[in-house]
Design a protein around this ligand. Structure first.
Ligand SMILES: [Zn+2]
Length: 420
């Protein structure tokens, strides 16, 4: 293993028992995005950061001011409050950010879970529960790295900042508010689940709502009206064609995905009575934003697709569908080409685990990465767990991956901002 004595000492200080314990405790806080438990998780973590001797900034965000900001990233869950949490070591020098979100998506159909989603279970060396991989394991890995460096007594020449945020799942207001408060850094590692890969680019995702008018009448005389459901069908087919066009030449980092920029309608509603012809259909969905594409261009393409479909349709020509942009608005983002952070984290993983350096990849979803990238902070994702298990009832994370990531972060920190 290619490490200095100071690095070895810090690696030896990674506490596997504390990792398991912290993960189970954090998973037991049901911090569904927008819930009061989101705040509880932030306060729980603030206490952990204080115990590690960090300077802690725990604040209640000014939601109306953030929402009024022209760059506000959008949100879906209603919220009375949102807490920001940053813990920093030291006063000056270059700053490496370790970032993680504490919110999780709702558990969905409880019947599909083996047990309560917020009563975490350990099976062998794997921890199960909502948020296990997305991304409380990553949050705990960040804590474990900070704890190991402190325990080893290594003095840093720069600073490490832990940024723990709410609302990643519904748009990123937590990361947005943290950056707006002036917390920044020279590089950032987000420990989202990446299955051992270095994720250096994210596609974006924009949430839309299409409203299609019809003309109501009694179902027995349906030919006297126009069904909004029938009127919607050509739009649905046109959206599928648009998805094909937008996925013809994806960024090479996303070329491994069959549909890197998915355009998907996730919610349809129409009508209010079985024997009435529906006069309104609502289709809600998301369109993927290509890496390096301006979200405005993606919006414009979808709006044009809907408008052209309407123009070619005898009913919609005079009663066009409308498009609104609602909920989370995730731009795409990437680590700049040639940035040293990828080599730093890749070598740290190889030296911490004795394995090969991880491969670089893109991810087809939007995340807080794009907000840090937009703020000029070179950012990548590297964290424990498999994102394909995120948001589902089999969500889990292998503890050994959490330990590997914690060890990787220890070396990343020491090589980026220390030792003195
Ligand atoms: Zn996540």
């Amino acid at each position: 293993m290619n490490t200095t004595p100071a690095e070895s000492a810090a690696l030896d200080a990674v506490d596997e028992g504390a990792i398991a314990e912290n993960l189970l405790e954090l998973l037991a806080i049901p911090s569904v995005t927008g819930s009061a438990a989101e705040s509880e998780a932030q306060h729980w973590l603030a206490e952990r950061l204080r115990r590690l001797g960090l300077d802690v900034d725990l604040w209640s965000m000014d939601l109306p001011a953030l929402q009024a900001d022209p760059d506000f990233p959008g949100s879906e869950a209603p919220r009375d409050e949102a807490w920001g949490l940053v813990g920093v070591t030291g006063d000056d020098g270059p700053t490496l950010i370790l970032q993680g979100h504490v919110d999780v998506v709702p558990p969905g159909d409880l019947g599909r879970w083996q047990g309560d989603p917020f009563t975490p279970r350990t099976v062998g060396r794997t921890v199960h529960g909502r948020g296990a991989c997305d991304m409380k394991a990553g949050v705990v890995a960040n804590l474990a790295a900070l704890a190991a460096i402190k325990a080893s007594g290594v003095q840093l020449r720069g600073r490490v900042a832990a940024h723990f945020v709410v609302s990643e799942e519904d748009g990123g207001l937590g990361a947005f508010g943290t950056l707006r408060r002036g917390h920044t850094g020279d590089a950032c590692v987000i420990t989202e689940p990446t299955s051992g890969k270095l994720v250096t680019a994210n596609a974006g995702a924009l949430t839309f709502r299409i409203e299609v008018p019809g003309q109501a009448t009694h179902a027995s005389t349906r030919e006297a009206g126009v069904s909004a459901i029938d009127a919607y069908l050509p739009i649905h087919r046109a959206l599928a064609r648009l998805e094909t066009v937008r996925n013809q030449t994806p960024d090479p980092l996303l070329a491994g995905y069959r549909v890197p920029y998915a355009l998907s309608v996730g919610k349809l509603s129409a009508g209010d009575w079985a024997s009435s012809v529906p006069d309104l259909l609502r289709a809600e969905g998301r369109i993927g934003v290509c890496v390096d594409e301006d979200p405005a261009a993606a919006r414009e393409q979808l709006e044009r697709c809907v408008a052209e479909t309407c123009a070619a349709d005898p009913w919609l020509r005079d009663h066009p569908a409308t498009v609104a942009w609602t909920g989370g608005q995730f731009a795409s983002g990437r680590l700049p080409v040639g940035d040293p952070l990828r080599g730093l984290v890749g070598d740290a993983y190889a030296d911490a685990t004795g394995r090969e350096a991880p491969v670089e990849s893109g991810a087809p979803y939007g995340s807080d990465l794009r907000l840090y990238a937009a703020a000029g902070v070179p950012t990548l994702q590297f964290g424990p767990g498999d994102v394909r298990l995120a948001h589902g009832p089999r969500e889990q994370v292998p503890l050994d991956e959490v330990v590997d990531v914690a060890r990787t972060l220890v070396l990343t920190v020491l090589r980026a901002v220390g030792p003195k």
